[in-house]
Design a protein around this ligand. Structure first.
Ligand SMILES: [Mg+2]
Length: 369
């Protein structure tokens, strides 16, 4: 299959409400949508970068640079029969996982469309529904936090994740736990705690959380292992695992008992699947996180989450959790049982709306052979 044309679009999509974590605040959704074309078929992938290097080291600017200068010459007019071949073609580029992931996922979509099969099926997915959870950013007050959580519980989400940071943890989590005693609840610090603040994390052990996600720095597997040995609550890694080798390290050090897999973070679906398979073989539960993706990235995440090892509800919420209107049809909607349907049509299984894409495009560039 030869890539005839590539289109890159920088997207700005308004968020219903700002999303704040321990380290940054997003007022709008930014990303680069990469599309790969062969004949009349188009595969779509999302590069889930922010304007700044907050979640990870990449930005809109670095991603566009790596795409245009270093990846495009390796793919335009070239033949790819499988996504691994793409990864081999760009293996000389170190890091830049989110940038690579955009093309790698677009290629999965394109290949699935060519084979007239759904992305989920092509990945080996077995589920037709995935369990949906929601991530709640930092709020202005405890009352507002409890209110926001209550709203999501009413909507039917199966688990709620609270963003925490030093000074916004025990009291806040305790208040939510008191109001919702049986809610499947967890906390995510995005690496905001220093090892000296371990006591505050140990305090969280009393709330029966499903897990505490990434309390320490993204490059610190050792402190996570020490904390895990001190608490009953499972530690979950996110930012610390950006490759299969990282996962091997985490397993060897016993740094976590749960993993959050984000295709964007690990360079796409191929590596996600390898990490999933490794975790499944070690009986470690995984779930699929997100980076406020548009319907395109969301569709890829849903397909991945249909694999057998994704036994916990993830961060994949309905489109209307983030956007007034998504850029795909149909949008992702929450079923009464707190699940999202896995699209069964070919490729990502949702139609990308050309006018919605165009309306929200800030910069675009097209490349032909
Ligand atoms: Mg996280």
């Amino acid at each position: 299959m030869t890539i005839d044309a590539v289109e890159l679009r920088e997207i700005r999509l308004p968020l219903i409400s700002p999303f704040e974590t321990s380290g940054w605040k997003e007022e709008e959704k930014t990303c680069i949508i990469a599309s790969l074309e062969e004949g009349s078929d188009i595969g779509y992938g999302e590069c889930a970068v922010s304007q700044g290097p907050w979640y990870g080291p990449e930005t809109l600017t670095t991603a566009w640079h790596i795409m245009e200068e270093h990846i495009l010459p390796k793919i335009l007019g070239k033949d790819f029969d499988n996504p691994q071949a793409f990864l081999s073609a760009v293996s000389h580029i170190r890091g830049h996982n989110m940038t690579k992931a955009a093309f790698e996922m677009a290629l999965w979509d394109l290949l699935a469309k060519k084979k007239k099969t759904s992305l989920s099926r092509m990945l080996g997915g077995t589920g037709t529904k995935i369990q949906s959870g929601v991530s709640v950013g930092l709020q202005k007050s405890i009352n507002e936090l409890v209110e926001v959580v209550g709203e999501y519980v009413k909507q039917g989400y199966l688990r709620v994740k609270l963003k925490i940071k030093p000074g916004w943890d025990t009291k806040q989590v305790g208040a939510v736990r008191k109001q919702f005693p049986s809610l499947r609840l967890m906390a995510d610090a995005n690496g905001a705690y220093s090892p000296e603040k371990k006591d505050e994390l140990v305090q969280l052990d009393q709330f029966g959380l499903m897990m505490i996600e990434q309390p320490f720095a993204w490059d610190d597997m050792v402190e996570h292992a020490i904390l895990q040995s001190m608490i009953r609550t499972p530690v979950c890694l996110d930012e610390s695992v950006s490759s299969l080798n990282d996962m091997k390290t985490a397993l060897a050090l016993q740094s976590c008992r749960v993993l959050n897999i984000k295709p964007a973070r690990v360079g796409g679906l191929t590596v996600s699947k390898k990490i999933h398979d490794l975790c499944l073989s070690k009986k470690m539960p995984v779930w699929c996180g997100g980076l406020l993706e548009t319907g395109i990235g969301r569709a890829h995440n849903v397909a991945l989450a249909s694999l057998a090892g994704f036994v916990l509800p993830g961060d994949i919420s309905a489109s209307n959790r983030y956007f007034k209107q998504d850029i795909v049809n149909p949008e992702f909607t929450l079923n009464n049982d707190g699940t999202l349907d896995v699209p069964q049509k070919k490729g990502i299984g949702v139609e990308v709306l050309a006018d919605r894409l165009e309306e929200n495009t800030k910069v675009k560039k097209r490349f032909r052979v």
